[in-house]
Each structure stands twice: as structure tokens, then as C-alpha cells.
Ligand binder design. Structure first.
Ligand code: ATP
Length: 238
């Protein structure tokens, strides 16, 4: 059995007086691809932000490889191997592709390690190498998404959290990105994926959690979730 990578126990979070996550517990093992499903506003992005330390939690515990992350600010969590590719992609349109990747590697002090990470990212996304001197804002939507993933990979995360991978992208581009996700996984990266495209999301995932109003209401193997009447009715329109 693969080792436990991330463990969340009894997590709650609020925006001011508005509680949006309620007593969540889940486990992610090394080498898994795990899907977070749920309607808009169910709390998925908030949970990703809690995991990476961008949002504080009101109760509970988040541990990575057995280490409690509570006291660690976001950049230290990056050092622990936790990286978020946010829904809004977080790239700087006026900077070149390469400078954007440099921003992604700001926590990596070792120059040789950084150079080899760049080569790794360029081998996964050759188009980024071809366009490395181009402004990020001049890339197509799919290439910008590749850049935001590449920017996340430069620090060599153990666990990559990808929020709304397919947002605003054409279906053919999404299929290409999903192939790249499989490749990134083969390179040893564990992934949490959030996406509205439930069928495609589950097609590349091993397991999934379904969120409703800040609570986990269903969890299981991706194939079981695809066949579950509740998932079918709520998300697959069947
Ligand atoms: P989406 O796919 O729309 O991003 P989600 O499942 O990721 O949905 P969240 O964005 O985490 O859900 O939102 C969960 C709840 O928290 C929603 O009720 C939302 O309105 C609220 N919320 C999110 N961000 C904030 C914020 N910065 N301030 C106040 N409330 C917020």
C-alpha cells in the first residue's frame, strides 16, 4: 500500500461569520490522482486554499507525511512539497514564459536544482520552451494553463493541487491537458484535481470526494462514482 501523503482531520473553515467547510476528514496517498467534485460554492477551492495555507482554518488538522502543517505559512508548505495551481491561473501576462517559471521557483535556492527543474518542465511542455521568451499574455488559453501548471511544477511538488483545470478551454485542449496530467503523474507527482467537467475528471482519477455545502457527502473509487446514481443525477445529467 502506498504511503499516506496528506491527512485532513476534522477541518472547518469560515469567512467571517459564514462557515463554509464543516468537519472534513480525508486522506491522500502517494501516487494517487484524487478528484474533488461538487457544485459551485460547495467549498472545493476554499479547501485547496486551506491545504496550501492561503486560508486559515478554524478547527482541525492538516498533516503532510505525518507532519502537522498548522504553523507553516504558504511558502514553507511549498518547501514541504505542496503547490496550488489556482483557478485564476496566477500567471503574469507581461512577464516572459521563462520569468513566470522563475517566479514558480522562488523558493528553490539551489541553482542547479532550479535549472534541472526548468529542463524537466520544458520536457513535459516543449511548447513552453519554444515560447520561453514570449510574454505569457500572448499565449493561447491552453498554453497559459500549461504555463500555470509548469510554474507549479518548478518547485518539484510531491502533491499538486489543480483548481478548475479546464475552465474556459476548448474540449480538444482539455483532452490534451488530461494526457499531460497522466504524464505528470507518471513522473511521480500526486494530484488533487478540481473541475466542473466531472466525467473527464473522473476518467483520469483513481478516487474522488463529492462536496455539498462544505461537507463530504460521498467518496469512493472513480469508477464507482461514475456509476453511482447520485453522481449521475447531480453531475452527469443521466
Ligand atoms: P467554485 O467552483 O465556484 O469555486 P467551490 O466549490 O470552489 O466553488 P468555494 O469557492 O470554496 O467553492 O466557496 C465556498 C463558499 O465560500 C461559497 O459560499 C462562497 O460564496 C464562499 N466564499 C468563497 N470565497 C469567499 C471569500 N473570499 N469571502 C467570503 N465568502 C467566500
Amino acid at each position: 500500500m502506498d504511503r499516506l501523503l496528506l491527512e485532513i482531520d476534522g477541518l472547518s473553515a469560515a469567512y467571517g461569520d459564514l462557515q463554509v467547510l464543516w468537519d472534513l476528514s480525508l486522506k491522500i496517498r502517494e501516487q494517487e490522482i484524487v478528484a474533488f467534485l461538487g457544485a459551485n460554492g460547495a467549498g472545493k477551492s476554499t479547501l485547496l486554499r486551506c491545504i496550501t495555507g492561503l486560508k486559515s482554518i478554524s478547527h482541525g488538522k492538516i498533516s503532510m507525511e505525518g507532519r502537522d502543517l498548522s504553523e507553516l505559512p504558504p511558502h514553507r508548505r511549498v518547501n514541504e512539497g505542496l503547490v496550488l495551481v489556482p483557478e485564476e491561473r496566477g500567471i503574469f501576462p507581461d512577464l516572459s514564459v521563462e520569468d513566470n517559471l522563475r517566479v514558480g521557483g522562488y523558493t528553490v535556492a539551489d541553482k542547479e536544482k532550479l535549472a534541472s527543474s526548468f529542463e524537466w518542465v520544458y520536457s513535459l511542455f516543449p511548447v513552453l520552451k519554444d515560447r520561453r521568451r514570449q510574454k505569457a499574455g500572448s499565449l493561447s488559453g491552453g498554453e497559459q494553463q500549461m504555463l500555470s501548471i509548469g510554474k507549479g511544477l518548478v518547485s518539484r511538488p510531491k502533491l499538486l493541487l489543480l483548481d478548475e483545470l479546464s475552465l474556459g478551454l476548448a474540449p480538444v485542449v482539455v483532452l490534451k491537458l488530461l494526457e499531460l496530467i497522466k504524464k505528470i503523474h507518471q513522473e511521480g507527482v500526486t494530484l488533487i484535481l478540481v473541475d466542473q467537467n466531472v466525467e473527464k475528471l473522473l476518467s483520469v482519477s483513481h478516487r474522488g470526494y463529492v462536496f455539498e455545502n462544505g461537507r463530504i457527502v460521498l467518496e469512493g473509487a472513480a469508477q464507482d462514482l461514475l456509476n453511482d446514481p447520485r453522481t449521475k443525477k447531480a453531475y452527469l445529467g443521466r
